[in-house]
Design a protein around this ligand. Structure first.
Ligand SMILES: Nc1ncnc2c1ncn2[C@@H]1O[C@H](COP(=O)(O)OP(=O)(O)OP(=O)(O)O)[C@@H](O)[C@H]1O
Length: 293
């Protein structure tokens, strides 16, 4: 995406601050449609906007000047060869890189118009708005019920926990399999069930964005297929950003695709179908057709 496009998007934003001052809604659908980046978001508004993000681990630069917009209620996939910075970018969205001593992030990353790197942003509060699911299922050594309720408890969420736990497990397509064993340990479930339990845990507090770092790579094909179906359903309510090594998976489940290539450069971003069928750059075409990576 060119700098001019980015700037014109910014200048056309319609900012609106919410009651708590933390969220500014933007209406940049017009700018997305004509961004010239291949993005044709239709009615989807951007919810996350990265502007000139650089990430360093000590002196090693892992991401270079990454700028793009992630549309709301869509699945955005990040693909690219190993070490190209996909996970590093994902961790910029919820400031998980803050937890890595050697990491330094420069640039701006906005969620609903608020820069999450502003000094007044509490990273812990941010992570409540941006849920995350990791590659390896990591349920707590607690009951299935408590695994899902945990996120609500630490956030002091109000409401009927029984109802929210059931609803979250339903949304994670796990309820029917576990409804009679809610008191049993989450660790006794299969790998695929454990991952769906982690998804239920992540969505219980009702985050605005759900980050998934290769959520199916440790699962067998049947469990993977369930997770893929689930991701498509989740996008009706959440903005999903997923890192995957699997290009077929990205093509199957995502609306938008960001292609990162070696050295930590975002080379192309746009509609998934367009990226896979008609990439703009030769490098992306070579990567997608398996010539490298
Ligand atoms: N905690 C860390 N400390 C130092 N360097 C890191 C750290 N995490 C990542 N890196 C480096 O940053 C670069 C990008 O890594 P990252 O894990 O983001 O890439 P990736 O595209 O997600 O890779 P993969 O597909 O293999 O998971 C790599 O060179 C990696 O070695």
């Amino acid at each position: 995406m060119s700098k001019e496009n980015t700037e014109s998007q910014v200048s056309r934003e319609v900012g609106r601050e919410t009651d708590d001052g933390s969220v500014i809604e933007t209406d940049v659908s017009e700018s997305v449609a004509d961004a010239g980046s291949g993005v044709t978001a239709g009615s989807a508004k951007p919810i996350v906007r990265s502007e000139g993000i650089d990430v360093f681990y000590n002196d090693n630069q892992a991401l270079h000047d990454v700028s793009f917009e992630i549309p709301e209620n869509r699945v955005t996939a990040m693909i690219g060869p190993s070490g190209c910075g996909k996970s590093t970018f994902l961790r910029c969205i919820n400031r998980m890189n803050d937890l890595i001593d050697s990491a330094r992030v420069e640039g701006d990353l906005y969620i609903r118009g608020k820069n999450v790197y502003d000094p007044d942003v509490d990273p812990v509060a941010l992570r409540r708005r941006v849920g995350m699911v990791f590659q390896k299922p990591n349920p707590f050594p607690k009951s299935i019920y408590d695994n899902v309720a945990y996120g609500l408890e630490i956030q002091d969420k109000e409401g009927d926990y029984d109802e929210i736990v059931e609803e979250s497990l339903r949304r994670a397509a796990l309820w029917d399999e576990v409804k009679d064993q809610l008191d049993e340990s989450g660790l006794d479930l299969s790998g695929g069930q454990q991952q769906r339990l982690c998804i239920a845990r992540a969505i219980a507090p009702d985050p605005e964005v759900l980050l998934m770092d290769e959520p199916a790579s440790a699962l067998d094909p049947v469990a993977t297929s369930k997770i893929e179906d689930l991701i498509a359903d989740l996008a009706e309510e959440y903005t999903v950003v997923i890192v995957t090594h699997n290009m077929q998976q990205a093509a199957r489940i995502s609306d938008k695709t960001a292609v990162f290539l070696t050295g930590g450069h975002l080379v192309e971003f746009g509609d998934t179908q367009r990226i896979f069928e008609n990439p703009e750059s030769q490098e992306v075409e070579d990567y997608i057709s398996g010539k490298f990576g």
